[in-house]
Design a protein around this ligand. Structure first.
Ligand code: ATP
Ligand code: RIB
Length: 300
């Protein structure tokens, strides 16, 4: 079973700070690192390390960061024929506080240059895959075009609607599985999400617009898997969090891998919860993503 990931590729510029700076405050970082990231690339690497055959469609810049990102994807055995080079590689400025909180400013760079023509030129990659996995760090018209084409080709379309943006009702009719966090769920539905009952009601509203399955990730509270027939709480595994960057990415990617490996949706979501829990115990985006063997061997 093959997974195509259509999405962003960023170099993360990570500053480790005692606390996140307030508006107008200047603070010194006690550690700084460059770490490969980007929601698309993170999901591609996560799925590949878990054993899936993964191809990625996206853009990096014609620069050193772009070469590093392509090298990392290749090392992770992600197929990169669908990645073009132009402009400057996307960057994410990430502050991580000592208690594990973060905030992120994106500089889209080459990710903003991904076009519908680029997707059309790489339609063979979508045709050759079983699952098409997307996020929202590339232009919305490209997401809409890709989702529509993938659905027309009969592929299972999984959309991680992050970072939070509103989605058109037409787009939602072509998505099979949506994986918002609580904030994204609230923005997508305009509904409150402060209790499990409210999360359930908001997810039900999304189901009425087309998706067959909504999985709301709830951080250390786990996830809620909702279909027309049932709602299942997937508990989080208990860990000491170090850095939650890529928790959501690894959850969605691992769920996709579980489904392609024939797990039931509850088994796949539990597998995803396990993978994401390991990720939050490690620093950074792509270096924190475990292999299948590491997941099997990990004891909580
Ligand atoms: P991020 O933006 O930090 O990547 P997110 O907001 O997209 O994350 P979350 O809901 O925070 O996504 O986390 C995704 C999944 O990761 C959760 O459903 C859970 O399974 C796991 N997870 C996150 N935080 C923790 C934690 N502290 N302990 C255990 N598991 C966690
Ligand atoms: O989800 C984490 C990712 O979001 C980071 O790697 C950063 O690049 C931003 O895109």
């Amino acid at each position: 079973m093959k997974i195509a990931v259509v999405g962003s590729i960023n170099m993360d510029l990570v500053t480790h700070v005692q606390h996140l700076p307030k508006a107008g405050e200047t603070i010194a970082s006690h550690h700084f690192e460059l770490i490969p990231g980007g929601k698309g690339a993170n999901q591609a690497v996560a799925a590949s390390r878990l054993g899936a055959h993964v191809s990625m469609i996206g853009m990096v810049g014609e620069d050193e960061n772009g070469r590093v990102m392509l090298g990392g994807l290749t090392d992770a055995q992600v197929h990169i024929e669908g990645i073009k080079c132009s402009g400057t590689t996307g960057m994410a400025f990430i502050n991580v506080s000592d208690d594990g909180e973060n905030n992120i400013v994106l500089v889209p760079g080459a990710n903003a240059l991904v076009s519908t023509e680029h997707i059309a030129d790489n339609l063979s990659i979508l045709k050759d895959s079983d699952v098409v996995l997307l996020q929202l760090e590339i232009p919305m018209p490209v997401v809409e075009y890709t989702v529509k084409e993938a659905a027309r080709l009969g592929k299972l379309v999984i959309l991680n609607p992050a970072p939070a943006r509103e989605l058109s009702s037409e787009l939602l009719t072509h998505v099979h599985t949506l994986t918002p966090n609580e904030t994204e769920l609230s923005i997508l539905t305009g509904m409150p999400v402060s209790t499990i009952d409210e999360v359930h009601a908001a997810a039900k509203k999304l189901l009425s617009g087309g998706p067959k399955r909504v999985i709301v990730t709830l951080g250390e509270k786990g996830a809620l898997l909702i279909t027309a027939d049932e709602a299942t709480h997937i508990p989080a595994f208990r860990v000491e969090p170090v850095d939650t960057t890529a928790a959501g990415d690894s959850f969605t990617a691992a769920f996709a891998v579980g489904i392609t490996q024939g797990m039931t949706e509850t088994e796949a979501a539990t597998f995803a919860s396990k993978v994401a829990a390991i990720v939050v115990t490690r620093n950074g985006a792509q270096p924190s993503l475990p292999t299948f063997d590491e997941v099997q061997a990990y004891s909580f």
